[in-house]
Write a protein that binds this ligand. Structure first.
Ligand SMILES: C[S@@+](CC[C@H](N)C(=O)[O-])C[C@H]1O[C@@H](n2cnc3c(N)ncnc32)[C@H](O)[C@@H]1O
Length: 313
């Protein structure tokens, strides 16, 4: 049975890219709803997916009433049900509920605590109907930067960090952040039961990262390392490049360029690297002889954004 994933409209492209990377295929997208025939458990991994469903059917709005009449609702119905309608349509929620009710053997409606929820999404082209499974992950909340003992203003928010990790497509194994700061990325990798390695040039940052990792009872291998001198090879690398308003752009470009050249030598499968938006990342990546596979713009606030790059050796 296909999975139906309702994506956050906060960043639909990033949400879809997470699913494609974890299922290792291009899944179908209807506006903000992704359909996947992968049977992989995605609920504990995805960051920007809001709701999880089993797909029941997809049809044209003109064919909907007939489709409801023909569909075997009893196969999915348990104890009680309710219907929810999302998106614009002339068809009313109550009308949909009546039509499904007529097809059920022993219907009982329960709007508060239904055991079965059939949801109808009206997108521009199609009507997509799913059996509700679960809501989005809520564990990010307890790891928001202000709740961690080791704090730093440039740390990354948990949801974005988790999405970056997912973009590598990693199932299991090691995530390495060579500029881990206070640990925004490695904390989320540990929360997803991945093995975690973090390094930074700044010992104070490493101490804060260690405090944070311990605070959540996670494990990580942490050590001091200049990112442009890494020798060991890694399958998956995720990092948020340092950007200092006080650092000269030229120095910064030189550092990024040196890091990318080193990345070319040590990267085995895939890296997700976050650049500040004022840097011409494409030419730097090309010069390092790395392949830029995907890129996404992420708006931190009105005047500041980042470019997320998925890179392969
Ligand atoms: C944007 S911060 C990383 C924030 C981190 N992702 C987090 O969520 O806390 C960049 C980090 O790069 C580190 N850094 C700067 N130059 C470095 C170098 N040459 N080698 C390793 N780390 C470096 C800084 O100390 C800083 O902690």
């Amino acid at each position: 049975m296909k999975q139906m994933l309702v994506l956050s409209q906060e960043h639909t492209k990033l949400a879809k890219a997470e699913i494609d990377a974890l299922t290792a295929k291009q899944n179908k997208l209807y506006e903000y709803i992704a359909i996947s025939d992968s049977n992989k458990q995605l609920q504990n991994r995805l960051a920007y997916t809001r709701f999880y469903y089993k797909l029941l059917f997809i049809c044209e709005e003109d064919d909907l009433k007939q489709k409801i009449k023909d569909f075997d609702w009893n196969k999915y119905y348990k104890h009680s049900f309710c219907i929810r309608k999302f998106g614009k349509s002339r068809v009313k929620e109550l009308e949909l509920a009546d039509l499904v009710w007529e097809r059920l053997n022993n219907p009982a409606a329960d709007l508060k605590n239904p055991k079965t929820r059939f949801d109808f999404y009206f997108t521009k082209d199609k009507v997509i109907c799913g059996l509700f499974i679960s809501k989005a992950r809520t564990d990010f909340k307890k790891r928001m930067p202000r709740l961690r003992p080791g704090i730093h203003p440039s740390t990354m928010k948990p949801k974005l960090a988790a999405a970056l990790i997912n973009l590598t497509g990693i199932n299991k194994g090691v995530i390495y952040d060579p500029m881990c700061g206070t640990g925004g990325i490695i904390i989320e990798a540990a929360a997803m039961n991945l093995n975690v390695i973090g390094s930074d040039i700044d010992e104070l940052m490493l101490k804060q990262a260690e405090k944070n990792i311990k605070h959540y009872n996670f494990k990580a291998k942490l050590f001091k390392q200049d990112a442009v001198k890494i020798k060991k090879a890694y399958n998956y690398i995720v990092t948020d490049l340092p950007y200092g308003k006080n650092t000269k752009t030229l120095d910064q470009k030189k550092f990024y360029s040196e890091f990318l050249k080193q990345l070319k030598k040590i990267l085995k499968i895939r890296a997700v690297i976050v650049f500040p938006d004022f840097i011409k990342h494409k030419s730097l990546i090309k010069r390092a002889n790395l392949k830029l596979k995907q890129e996404y713009t992420y708006y931190l606030h009105r005047t500041m954004s980042r470019t997320i790059c998925v890179i392969e050796p």
